[in-house]
Design a protein around this ligand. Structure first.
Ligand SMILES: [Fe+2]
Ligand SMILES: [Fe+2]
Length: 259
């Protein structure tokens, strides 16, 4: 089976390029499971219930999140209404939402999607490595197809998580930096890996934000209101082919679409 993953959808520019290209990507790559990180889909900061539902209605099956998952207050109640909308699993117990979704593809193949967040140069939440162990040991062993979005800053933490999950997960793709990395590969235990899938949004920017605003901040040190850029829009992600009998990945390819 084939899994499509789309990296951090940033603001309206990111949402519109997903709407434009998703139908072709789904048919061209014979996608059975389509996942996207949507933590920045609302103006670059968070996600709203309406945007979550619009993205799912386009044909995405699961939306993952990250450090921006809780930016918009109105999303809190929506987590319990929409189990396909995830936020990182290793936030403190008791917060709205979940970091795991289990479902079946249209062809009846069971799968699990897990969302975790790193701690290096990020919020000091629960250990993602231990949380991954707990989640994987509680998963129904008949669910062979397992996808992890690891939302983290450092390449080293992501690579370490890759080795930690290898052999237990079909694919781990990184998100958060908004910079796609050229290291798609299949690790020794059969897990497809990429340090960062990259952003789906405006690349004429600094990780999605208007470049002039960010440059002014670096040059003056003064605070400035962030605004999403609208130019240089690209879609980035990867397609992973998984043997659904074993859960092992057989192929991973980076994908990119431009307007
Ligand atoms: Fe992001
Ligand atoms: Fe992030």
């Amino acid at each position: 089976m084939n899994i499509l993953f789309i990296g951090d959808i940033f603001a309206s520019a990111g949402r519109s390029i997903v709407a434009e290209h998703l139908p072709d990507l789904l048919s061209e790559h014979k996608i059975d499971l389509a996942i996207a990180n949507a933590e920045n889909s609302a103006g670059g900061f968070g996600i709203t219930p309406l945007i979550a539902e619009e993205l799912l209605a386009l044909g995405l099956h699961v939306l993952t999140g990250g450090n921006h998952s809780f930016d918009k207050r109105e999303i809190y109640d929506h987590f319990s209404r929409q189990p396909r909308l995830l936020r990182p699993a290793n936030y403190p117990d008791g917060l709205p939402g979940s970091g795991i979704f289990t479902g079946e593809t249209a062809a009846g193949v069971p799968y699990a999607v897990v969302n975790l967040q790193g701690r290096a140069m990020m919020a000091n939440i629960d250990c993602p490595f231990r949380k991954a162990d707990a989640i994987l040991s509680s998963l129904d062993p008949t669910i062979k197809v397992r996808f992890v979005d690891f939302h983290a800053e450092l390449t080293s933490e992501k690579m370490a998580m890759g080795w930690h999950l290898d052999g237990r997960v079909s694919a781990m793709l990184g998100t958060h930096t908004h910079i796609p990395t050229a290291d798609t590969r299949i690790l020794a235990g059969g897990m497809a890996y990429q340090t960062d899938a990259g952003m789906t949004g405006p690349y004429e920017s600094v990780i999605g934000v208007d470049k002039d605003i960010i440059l002014r901040r670096f040059l003056t040190g003064l605070p400035a209101r962030m605004e999403a850029s609208k130019t240089g829009v690209e879609l980035h992600g990867a397609v992973v082919e998984v043997d659904e009998q074993t859960g092992r990945a057989t192929r991973i390819r980076r994908i990119c679409a431009v307007r």
